[in-house]
Design a protein around this ligand. Structure first.
Ligand code: AMP
Length: 475
Protein backbone atom coordinates (compact mmCIF):
# COMPACT_ATOMS: atom_id res chain seq x y z
CA UNK A 1 0.00 0.00 0.00
CA UNK A 2 1.29 3.45 -0.79
CA UNK A 3 0.45 7.10 -1.13
CA UNK A 4 1.09 9.14 -4.27
CA UNK A 5 1.15 12.87 -4.92
CA UNK A 6 1.72 15.01 -8.02
CA UNK A 7 1.76 18.69 -8.92
CA UNK A 8 2.24 20.63 -12.17
CA UNK A 9 2.51 24.37 -12.78
CA UNK A 10 3.87 25.63 -9.45
CA UNK A 11 7.30 27.16 -8.84
CA UNK A 12 7.52 25.40 -5.46
CA UNK A 13 6.45 22.00 -6.77
CA UNK A 14 8.80 19.77 -4.74
CA UNK A 15 8.16 21.64 -1.48
CA UNK A 16 4.42 21.24 -1.96
CA UNK A 17 4.99 17.56 -2.83
CA UNK A 18 6.86 17.25 0.46
CA UNK A 19 3.85 18.60 2.39
CA UNK A 20 1.49 16.48 0.32
CA UNK A 21 3.46 13.36 1.23
CA UNK A 22 3.37 14.42 4.87
CA UNK A 23 -0.44 14.33 4.70
CA UNK A 24 -0.26 10.85 3.11
CA UNK A 25 2.29 9.44 5.56
CA UNK A 26 -0.28 7.02 7.04
CA UNK A 27 -0.32 5.22 3.65
CA UNK A 28 3.35 4.27 3.86
CA UNK A 29 6.21 4.62 6.28
CA UNK A 30 8.92 2.49 4.72
CA UNK A 31 10.36 4.96 2.23
CA UNK A 32 9.59 8.31 0.64
CA UNK A 33 10.66 9.97 -2.58
CA UNK A 34 10.15 12.93 -4.89
CA UNK A 35 11.08 13.42 -8.55
CA UNK A 36 10.98 16.95 -9.99
CA UNK A 37 11.29 18.23 -13.55
CA UNK A 38 13.00 21.57 -14.15
CA UNK A 39 12.11 22.85 -17.62
CA UNK A 40 14.76 25.60 -17.56
CA UNK A 41 17.46 22.92 -17.11
CA UNK A 42 15.55 20.31 -19.12
CA UNK A 43 16.37 17.80 -16.42
CA UNK A 44 14.77 15.61 -13.83
CA UNK A 45 16.05 15.13 -10.29
CA UNK A 46 15.21 12.46 -7.79
CA UNK A 47 15.59 12.11 -4.05
CA UNK A 48 14.44 8.92 -2.30
CA UNK A 49 15.28 7.49 1.08
CA UNK A 50 14.22 5.01 3.73
CA UNK A 51 11.98 6.19 6.55
CA UNK A 52 9.42 8.88 7.21
CA UNK A 53 8.99 11.99 5.05
CA UNK A 54 10.67 14.45 7.46
CA UNK A 55 13.63 12.08 7.89
CA UNK A 56 14.14 11.60 4.16
CA UNK A 57 14.00 15.25 3.03
CA UNK A 58 16.03 18.17 4.25
CA UNK A 59 16.13 21.76 3.03
CA UNK A 60 19.09 21.12 0.73
CA UNK A 61 17.36 18.12 -0.88
CA UNK A 62 14.29 20.18 -1.71
CA UNK A 63 16.46 22.96 -3.17
CA UNK A 64 18.03 20.44 -5.57
CA UNK A 65 14.56 19.30 -6.62
CA UNK A 66 13.89 22.50 -8.56
CA UNK A 67 11.17 22.92 -11.17
CA UNK A 68 7.44 23.36 -11.61
CA UNK A 69 6.41 19.73 -11.83
CA UNK A 70 6.92 16.97 -9.26
CA UNK A 71 5.59 13.58 -8.22
CA UNK A 72 6.08 11.89 -4.86
CA UNK A 73 5.53 8.53 -3.20
CA UNK A 74 5.36 7.05 0.29
CA UNK A 75 5.73 3.29 0.53
CA UNK A 76 3.96 1.00 2.97
CA UNK A 77 6.08 -0.92 5.41
CA UNK A 78 5.68 -4.70 5.24
CA UNK A 79 7.24 -7.33 7.45
CA UNK A 80 9.88 -7.95 4.79
CA UNK A 81 13.16 -6.13 4.55
CA UNK A 82 12.64 -2.53 3.51
CA UNK A 83 14.89 -1.90 0.51
CA UNK A 84 16.05 1.39 -0.94
CA UNK A 85 16.15 -0.06 -4.44
CA UNK A 86 12.35 -0.49 -4.30
CA UNK A 87 11.71 3.07 -3.14
CA UNK A 88 9.69 5.21 -5.55
CA UNK A 89 9.22 7.25 -7.70
CA UNK A 90 11.19 5.19 -10.19
CA UNK A 91 13.12 7.31 -12.67
CA UNK A 92 14.52 6.23 -16.06
CA UNK A 93 15.63 7.69 -19.37
CA UNK A 94 13.99 6.09 -22.41
CA UNK A 95 13.95 6.40 -26.21
CA UNK A 96 14.81 9.84 -27.57
CA UNK A 97 16.17 11.04 -24.23
CA UNK A 98 12.68 11.19 -22.67
CA UNK A 99 12.96 11.22 -18.89
CA UNK A 100 10.23 9.24 -17.19
CA UNK A 101 9.30 8.95 -13.51
CA UNK A 102 6.54 6.80 -12.06
CA UNK A 103 4.77 6.48 -8.70
CA UNK A 104 2.43 3.50 -8.17
CA UNK A 105 -0.15 2.57 -5.53
CA UNK A 106 -1.52 -0.97 -5.77
CA UNK A 107 -0.49 -4.50 -6.67
CA UNK A 108 -0.42 -6.14 -10.08
CA UNK A 109 -1.79 -9.68 -10.17
CA UNK A 110 0.06 -10.79 -13.31
CA UNK A 111 3.42 -9.22 -12.41
CA UNK A 112 5.47 -12.43 -12.25
CA UNK A 113 4.18 -13.62 -15.61
CA UNK A 114 4.91 -10.27 -17.29
CA UNK A 115 8.29 -9.97 -15.66
CA UNK A 116 9.36 -13.42 -16.80
CA UNK A 117 8.27 -12.63 -20.36
CA UNK A 118 10.13 -9.29 -20.30
CA UNK A 119 13.27 -10.86 -18.85
CA UNK A 120 13.18 -13.63 -21.44
CA UNK A 121 13.12 -10.86 -23.98
CA UNK A 122 16.24 -9.24 -22.57
CA UNK A 123 14.88 -6.66 -20.10
CA UNK A 124 17.08 -5.98 -17.10
CA UNK A 125 15.19 -5.08 -13.94
CA UNK A 126 16.69 -2.74 -11.35
CA UNK A 127 14.13 -3.39 -8.60
CA UNK A 128 12.06 -6.26 -7.27
CA UNK A 129 8.87 -4.21 -7.35
CA UNK A 130 5.99 -4.86 -9.74
CA UNK A 131 5.85 -1.13 -10.55
CA UNK A 132 8.95 -1.41 -12.73
CA UNK A 133 6.98 -3.55 -15.17
CA UNK A 134 5.09 -0.41 -16.24
CA UNK A 135 8.38 1.30 -17.09
CA UNK A 136 9.52 -1.57 -19.32
CA UNK A 137 6.17 -1.96 -21.04
CA UNK A 138 5.95 1.77 -21.73
CA UNK A 139 9.55 2.01 -22.94
CA UNK A 140 9.04 -0.86 -25.40
CA UNK A 141 5.74 0.45 -26.76
CA UNK A 142 7.31 3.88 -27.36
CA UNK A 143 9.12 2.57 -30.45
CA UNK A 144 5.89 2.72 -32.45
CA UNK A 145 3.54 4.96 -30.44
CA UNK A 146 3.08 8.28 -28.73
CA UNK A 147 3.65 8.41 -24.99
CA UNK A 148 -0.08 8.34 -24.23
CA UNK A 149 -0.60 5.36 -26.56
CA UNK A 150 2.39 3.57 -25.02
CA UNK A 151 1.00 4.07 -21.51
CA UNK A 152 -2.41 2.88 -22.65
CA UNK A 153 -0.88 -0.25 -24.16
CA UNK A 154 0.99 -0.92 -20.91
CA UNK A 155 -2.22 -0.51 -18.90
CA UNK A 156 -3.98 -3.01 -21.16
CA UNK A 157 -1.32 -5.63 -20.46
CA UNK A 158 -1.20 -5.38 -16.67
CA UNK A 159 -3.91 -6.76 -14.38
CA UNK A 160 -4.73 -5.78 -10.83
CA UNK A 161 -4.62 -2.53 -8.93
CA UNK A 162 -2.82 0.64 -9.97
CA UNK A 163 -3.27 4.28 -9.24
CA UNK A 164 -0.37 5.86 -11.13
CA UNK A 165 1.33 9.20 -11.53
CA UNK A 166 3.76 9.50 -14.42
CA UNK A 167 6.05 12.43 -15.07
CA UNK A 168 7.43 12.52 -18.61
CA UNK A 169 9.73 15.50 -19.06
CA UNK A 170 7.30 18.31 -18.12
CA UNK A 171 4.08 16.36 -18.69
CA UNK A 172 2.04 14.91 -15.81
CA UNK A 173 -0.21 11.89 -16.36
CA UNK A 174 -2.60 10.41 -13.76
CA UNK A 175 -4.23 6.99 -14.16
CA UNK A 176 -6.59 4.74 -12.22
CA UNK A 177 -7.04 1.08 -13.12
CA UNK A 178 -10.37 0.06 -14.68
CA UNK A 179 -11.71 -1.38 -11.40
CA UNK A 180 -10.60 1.77 -9.52
CA UNK A 181 -9.30 -0.26 -6.58
CA UNK A 182 -7.44 2.57 -4.88
CA UNK A 183 -8.32 6.27 -4.72
CA UNK A 184 -6.76 9.13 -6.69
CA UNK A 185 -8.20 12.65 -6.80
CA UNK A 186 -7.35 15.97 -8.40
CA UNK A 187 -7.49 19.56 -7.21
CA UNK A 188 -6.65 23.05 -8.41
CA UNK A 189 -4.31 25.50 -6.74
CA UNK A 190 -4.27 28.75 -8.69
CA UNK A 191 -3.02 27.70 -12.14
CA UNK A 192 -1.43 24.52 -10.77
CA UNK A 193 -2.99 21.06 -10.87
CA UNK A 194 -2.54 18.73 -7.92
CA UNK A 195 -3.15 14.96 -7.60
CA UNK A 196 -3.19 12.89 -4.43
CA UNK A 197 -4.29 9.49 -3.16
CA UNK A 198 -6.49 11.23 -0.60
CA UNK A 199 -8.10 14.65 -0.36
CA UNK A 200 -6.54 15.34 3.07
CA UNK A 201 -3.39 16.32 1.11
CA UNK A 202 -5.35 19.05 -0.71
CA UNK A 203 -6.65 20.51 2.57
CA UNK A 204 -3.11 20.95 3.82
CA UNK A 205 -2.16 22.90 0.66
CA UNK A 206 -5.48 24.77 0.56
CA UNK A 207 -6.00 23.39 -2.95
CA UNK A 208 -9.59 23.24 -4.25
CA UNK A 209 -10.89 19.72 -4.72
CA UNK A 210 -12.03 19.13 -8.32
CA UNK A 211 -12.91 15.44 -8.67
CA UNK A 212 -11.62 11.86 -8.61
CA UNK A 213 -9.70 10.39 -11.48
CA UNK A 214 -12.30 7.90 -12.76
CA UNK A 215 -11.65 4.15 -12.95
CA UNK A 216 -10.05 3.41 -16.34
CA UNK A 217 -9.28 7.09 -16.94
CA UNK A 218 -6.00 8.71 -17.98
CA UNK A 219 -5.63 12.43 -17.31
CA UNK A 220 -2.91 14.30 -19.17
CA UNK A 221 -1.62 17.77 -18.32
CA UNK A 222 0.99 19.30 -20.57
CA UNK A 223 3.57 21.73 -19.30
CA UNK A 224 2.10 25.25 -19.15
CA UNK A 225 -1.44 24.02 -19.94
CA UNK A 226 -4.35 25.40 -17.96
CA UNK A 227 -6.70 22.57 -18.93
CA UNK A 228 -6.37 18.83 -18.69
CA UNK A 229 -7.14 16.19 -21.32
CA UNK A 230 -8.95 13.01 -20.40
CA UNK A 231 -9.23 9.66 -22.13
CA UNK A 232 -10.58 6.27 -21.08
CA UNK A 233 -8.71 3.07 -21.86
CA UNK A 234 -11.23 0.44 -20.78
CA UNK A 235 -14.90 -0.26 -21.27
CA UNK A 236 -17.42 -2.45 -19.52
CA UNK A 237 -15.18 -3.28 -16.55
CA UNK A 238 -17.12 -3.20 -13.27
CA UNK A 239 -15.94 -0.66 -10.70
CA UNK A 240 -14.57 -2.46 -7.63
CA UNK A 241 -13.15 0.06 -5.17
CA UNK A 242 -11.44 -1.31 -2.07
CA UNK A 243 -13.91 -1.19 0.80
CA UNK A 244 -11.05 -1.60 3.28
CA UNK A 245 -9.86 1.90 2.37
CA UNK A 246 -13.11 3.13 3.95
CA UNK A 247 -12.98 0.68 6.87
CA UNK A 248 -9.40 1.35 7.96
CA UNK A 249 -6.82 2.63 5.55
CA UNK A 250 -7.79 6.15 4.46
CA UNK A 251 -7.65 9.09 6.82
CA UNK A 252 -11.03 10.01 8.36
CA UNK A 253 -10.62 13.61 7.19
CA UNK A 254 -10.42 12.47 3.55
CA UNK A 255 -13.04 12.21 0.88
CA UNK A 256 -12.53 9.14 -1.31
CA UNK A 257 -14.81 7.15 -3.67
CA UNK A 258 -17.37 9.95 -3.27
CA UNK A 259 -17.63 9.19 0.47
CA UNK A 260 -16.77 11.25 3.50
CA UNK A 261 -14.61 8.69 5.31
CA UNK A 262 -15.49 9.99 8.79
CA UNK A 263 -19.26 9.82 8.21
CA UNK A 264 -18.92 6.47 6.50
CA UNK A 265 -17.15 4.96 9.52
CA UNK A 266 -19.79 6.39 11.86
CA UNK A 267 -22.45 4.81 9.69
CA UNK A 268 -20.63 1.45 9.93
CA UNK A 269 -20.82 1.85 13.73
CA UNK A 270 -24.54 2.61 13.62
CA UNK A 271 -25.26 -0.39 11.41
CA UNK A 272 -23.05 -2.58 13.58
CA UNK A 273 -24.91 -1.85 16.78
CA UNK A 274 -28.32 -2.16 15.13
CA UNK A 275 -27.25 -5.72 14.33
CA UNK A 276 -25.89 -6.50 17.79
CA UNK A 277 -27.36 -4.56 20.75
CA UNK A 278 -26.37 -5.58 24.29
CA UNK A 279 -26.70 -4.11 27.81
CA UNK A 280 -23.80 -1.66 28.23
CA UNK A 281 -22.85 1.40 30.31
CA UNK A 282 -20.37 2.96 27.93
CA UNK A 283 -18.68 2.64 24.54
CA UNK A 284 -14.89 2.64 24.30
CA UNK A 285 -12.92 2.61 21.04
CA UNK A 286 -9.64 0.95 20.28
CA UNK A 287 -7.62 4.02 19.39
CA UNK A 288 -7.31 5.36 16.81
CA UNK A 289 -8.87 2.98 14.32
CA UNK A 290 -12.04 2.26 16.34
CA UNK A 291 -12.88 5.87 17.22
CA UNK A 292 -15.21 6.81 14.36
CA UNK A 293 -17.28 3.62 14.36
CA UNK A 294 -17.53 3.97 18.18
CA UNK A 295 -19.14 7.37 17.79
CA UNK A 296 -21.78 5.77 15.57
CA UNK A 297 -22.26 2.96 18.10
CA UNK A 298 -22.65 5.42 21.00
CA UNK A 299 -25.11 7.67 19.18
CA UNK A 300 -27.23 4.80 17.88
CA UNK A 301 -27.25 2.89 21.18
CA UNK A 302 -27.70 6.05 23.29
CA UNK A 303 -24.77 5.02 25.49
CA UNK A 304 -22.01 7.39 26.75
CA UNK A 305 -18.74 7.46 24.82
CA UNK A 306 -15.48 7.31 26.81
CA UNK A 307 -11.77 7.11 26.03
CA UNK A 308 -10.63 4.28 28.28
CA UNK A 309 -7.78 3.00 26.12
CA UNK A 310 -5.05 5.57 25.64
CA UNK A 311 -2.68 5.41 22.73
CA UNK A 312 1.01 6.20 22.85
CA UNK A 313 1.47 7.95 19.52
CA UNK A 314 5.20 7.34 19.34
CA UNK A 315 4.89 3.60 18.66
CA UNK A 316 4.66 2.14 15.12
CA UNK A 317 1.87 -0.09 13.85
CA UNK A 318 1.59 -3.32 15.82
CA UNK A 319 1.59 -5.69 12.87
CA UNK A 320 5.07 -4.60 11.80
CA UNK A 321 6.72 -6.57 14.62
CA UNK A 322 8.09 -9.86 13.33
CA UNK A 323 7.43 -12.25 16.24
CA UNK A 324 4.18 -12.80 18.13
CA UNK A 325 5.68 -11.99 21.56
CA UNK A 326 7.10 -8.72 20.23
CA UNK A 327 3.74 -7.88 18.69
CA UNK A 328 1.96 -8.39 22.02
CA UNK A 329 4.55 -6.29 23.80
CA UNK A 330 4.19 -3.52 21.29
CA UNK A 331 0.38 -3.52 21.68
CA UNK A 332 0.93 -3.01 25.44
CA UNK A 333 3.34 -0.17 24.79
CA UNK A 334 0.92 1.30 22.31
CA UNK A 335 -2.33 1.10 24.29
CA UNK A 336 -2.84 1.52 28.04
CA UNK A 337 -6.18 1.48 29.90
CA UNK A 338 -7.69 4.14 32.20
CA UNK A 339 -8.72 2.24 35.35
CA UNK A 340 -11.45 4.58 36.56
CA UNK A 341 -13.48 4.36 33.35
CA UNK A 342 -13.40 0.57 33.29
CA UNK A 343 -14.10 -0.54 36.85
CA UNK A 344 -17.55 -2.10 37.33
CA UNK A 345 -18.66 -1.04 33.85
CA UNK A 346 -20.34 -3.05 31.14
CA UNK A 347 -18.39 -2.05 28.05
CA UNK A 348 -18.93 -1.97 24.34
CA UNK A 349 -15.36 -2.17 23.03
CA UNK A 350 -15.09 -1.21 19.33
CA UNK A 351 -12.39 -1.68 16.71
CA UNK A 352 -12.56 -1.39 12.94
CA UNK A 353 -11.16 -4.86 12.21
CA UNK A 354 -9.54 -7.96 13.65
CA UNK A 355 -6.60 -9.29 11.65
CA UNK A 356 -4.42 -11.71 13.65
CA UNK A 357 -6.28 -11.00 16.89
CA UNK A 358 -3.21 -9.65 18.67
CA UNK A 359 -4.76 -6.33 19.70
CA UNK A 360 -7.94 -7.86 21.08
CA UNK A 361 -6.11 -10.77 22.77
CA UNK A 362 -3.60 -8.53 24.48
CA UNK A 363 -5.94 -5.85 25.80
CA UNK A 364 -9.24 -7.56 26.55
CA UNK A 365 -7.89 -9.66 29.44
CA UNK A 366 -6.59 -6.43 30.95
CA UNK A 367 -10.07 -4.89 30.83
CA UNK A 368 -11.32 -7.84 32.85
CA UNK A 369 -8.43 -7.53 35.30
CA UNK A 370 -9.28 -3.88 35.83
CA UNK A 371 -12.81 -4.77 36.85
CA UNK A 372 -14.96 -4.45 33.70
CA UNK A 373 -18.16 -6.31 34.57
CA UNK A 374 -18.93 -7.14 30.91
CA UNK A 375 -17.00 -6.85 27.64
CA UNK A 376 -19.06 -6.78 24.44
CA UNK A 377 -16.59 -6.57 21.57
CA UNK A 378 -17.88 -5.01 18.35
CA UNK A 379 -16.01 -4.93 15.04
CA UNK A 380 -17.08 -2.48 12.32
CA UNK A 381 -16.20 -4.82 9.44
CA UNK A 382 -16.85 -8.53 8.68
CA UNK A 383 -14.29 -11.25 9.55
CA UNK A 384 -11.18 -10.98 7.33
CA UNK A 385 -10.76 -14.47 5.86
CA UNK A 386 -9.11 -14.07 2.47
CA UNK A 387 -5.85 -12.58 1.21
CA UNK A 388 -5.82 -9.27 -0.63
CA UNK A 389 -4.02 -9.33 -4.00
CA UNK A 390 -4.61 -5.66 -4.69
CA UNK A 391 -2.40 -3.90 -2.19
CA UNK A 392 -3.72 -4.20 1.38
CA UNK A 393 -1.11 -5.89 3.52
CA UNK A 394 -2.80 -8.76 5.37
CA UNK A 395 -0.83 -11.72 6.69
CA UNK A 396 -1.22 -15.08 4.97
CA UNK A 397 -4.62 -16.74 5.60
CA UNK A 398 -3.12 -19.17 8.12
CA UNK A 399 -2.37 -16.19 10.38
CA UNK A 400 -5.82 -14.60 10.07
CA UNK A 401 -7.76 -15.43 13.22
CA UNK A 402 -11.11 -15.55 11.38
CA UNK A 403 -9.94 -18.35 9.06
CA UNK A 404 -9.28 -20.62 12.05
CA UNK A 405 -12.07 -19.76 14.48
CA UNK A 406 -15.72 -18.76 14.40
CA UNK A 407 -16.79 -15.57 16.23
CA UNK A 408 -18.26 -17.76 18.97
CA UNK A 409 -14.95 -19.63 19.42
CA UNK A 410 -12.99 -16.37 19.52
CA UNK A 411 -15.43 -14.95 22.04
CA UNK A 412 -15.03 -18.03 24.26
CA UNK A 413 -11.24 -18.10 23.92
CA UNK A 414 -10.97 -14.48 24.98
CA UNK A 415 -13.59 -14.64 27.70
CA UNK A 416 -15.81 -12.03 26.05
CA UNK A 417 -19.45 -11.63 26.94
CA UNK A 418 -20.21 -11.24 23.25
CA UNK A 419 -18.43 -10.67 19.94
CA UNK A 420 -20.11 -9.31 16.82
CA UNK A 421 -18.69 -8.35 13.46
CA UNK A 422 -20.57 -6.04 11.09
CA UNK A 423 -22.22 -8.14 8.38
CA UNK A 424 -21.17 -7.66 4.73
CA UNK A 425 -24.68 -6.28 4.04
CA UNK A 426 -24.33 -3.84 6.95
CA UNK A 427 -20.97 -2.73 5.62
CA UNK A 428 -22.29 -2.20 2.11
CA UNK A 429 -25.30 -0.32 3.55
CA UNK A 430 -22.81 2.21 4.91
CA UNK A 431 -21.75 3.40 1.44
CA UNK A 432 -23.79 5.16 -1.23
CA UNK A 433 -22.92 2.86 -4.17
CA UNK A 434 -22.54 -0.64 -2.71
CA UNK A 435 -22.29 -2.32 -6.12
CA UNK A 436 -18.98 -0.49 -6.77
CA UNK A 437 -16.86 -2.22 -4.12
CA UNK A 438 -14.41 -5.07 -3.78
CA UNK A 439 -15.14 -7.06 -0.61
CA UNK A 440 -12.85 -9.99 -1.47
CA UNK A 441 -11.02 -10.00 1.89
CA UNK A 442 -14.37 -10.75 3.58
CA UNK A 443 -16.16 -12.80 0.94
CA UNK A 444 -13.45 -14.39 -1.24
CA UNK A 445 -15.29 -12.90 -4.24
CA UNK A 446 -12.36 -11.58 -6.29
CA UNK A 447 -13.13 -9.16 -9.12
CA UNK A 448 -10.15 -10.27 -11.26
CA UNK A 449 -8.61 -13.57 -12.24
CA UNK A 450 -6.58 -14.83 -9.31
CA UNK A 451 -2.84 -14.30 -9.48
CA UNK A 452 -0.72 -17.12 -10.83
CA UNK A 453 1.04 -19.41 -8.34
CA UNK A 454 4.24 -17.51 -9.10
CA UNK A 455 2.56 -14.20 -8.31
CA UNK A 456 1.07 -15.56 -5.09
CA UNK A 457 4.50 -16.78 -3.99
CA UNK A 458 5.94 -13.43 -4.89
CA UNK A 459 3.36 -11.62 -2.75
CA UNK A 460 4.05 -14.04 0.09
CA UNK A 461 7.76 -13.43 -0.25
CA UNK A 462 7.29 -9.67 -0.11
CA UNK A 463 5.07 -10.06 2.92
CA UNK A 464 7.51 -12.18 4.87
CA UNK A 465 10.85 -11.17 3.42
CA UNK A 466 11.56 -14.88 3.17
CA UNK A 467 14.99 -15.34 1.68
CA UNK A 468 14.34 -18.98 0.78
CA UNK A 469 11.71 -17.95 -1.74
CA UNK A 470 14.14 -15.45 -3.22
CA UNK A 471 16.63 -18.27 -3.66
CA UNK A 472 13.98 -20.16 -5.62
CA UNK A 473 13.93 -17.25 -8.02
CA UNK A 474 10.72 -15.70 -6.70
CA UNK A 475 10.84 -11.93 -6.40
P1 AMP B 1 -4.69 -7.52 14.95
O1 AMP B 1 -4.16 -6.99 16.23
O2 AMP B 1 -3.69 -8.33 14.18
O3 AMP B 1 -6.00 -8.24 15.08
O4 AMP B 1 -4.94 -6.25 14.01
C1 AMP B 1 -6.05 -5.45 14.24
C2 AMP B 1 -5.64 -4.01 14.30
O5 AMP B 1 -4.79 -3.68 13.19
C3 AMP B 1 -6.87 -3.13 14.21
O6 AMP B 1 -6.79 -2.16 15.22
C4 AMP B 1 -6.82 -2.53 12.82
O7 AMP B 1 -7.21 -1.18 12.85
C5 AMP B 1 -5.39 -2.65 12.38
N1 AMP B 1 -5.27 -3.11 10.98
C6 AMP B 1 -6.21 -3.64 10.21
N2 AMP B 1 -5.73 -3.95 8.99
C7 AMP B 1 -4.46 -3.59 8.96
C8 AMP B 1 -3.42 -3.64 7.98
N3 AMP B 1 -3.62 -4.13 6.77
N4 AMP B 1 -2.24 -3.15 8.34
C9 AMP B 1 -2.03 -2.67 9.56
N5 AMP B 1 -2.94 -2.61 10.54
C10 AMP B 1 -4.15 -3.06 10.25
Amino acid sequence: MCGIFGIIGHEDASRLAYFGLYALQHRGQESAGIVAWDSSLESMHVHVGMGLVPDVFHEEDLKLLSGETAIGHVRYSTTGKPQLRNAQPLMVRVRGGLQLALAHNGNLTNAAELRTALENDGCIFQTTSDSEIFVHLIARALSSSTLEQAIEQACKQVEGAYSLLILANGKLIAIRDPHGFHPLSMAKMGDAWVFASESCAFDLLEADYVREVQPGEMIIINEGALEYQSRFFSEGVPVRQCIFELVYFARPDSRIFGEDVYQCRKCMGRNLIRESMAEADCVIPFPDSGIYASLGVAQEAGVPYEHALIRNHYVGRTFIQPSQSMRQFSVRVKINPVHSVIENKRLYVVDDSIVRGTTIRTRVAKLRELGASAVHFRVSSPPIKYPCFYGIDFPSPTELIATKYTPRQISEMLGLDSLHYLSTEGLLNSVSQPENYCTACFTGDYPTALPTVQDKLSLEYRRRGDIRLEEKGVR
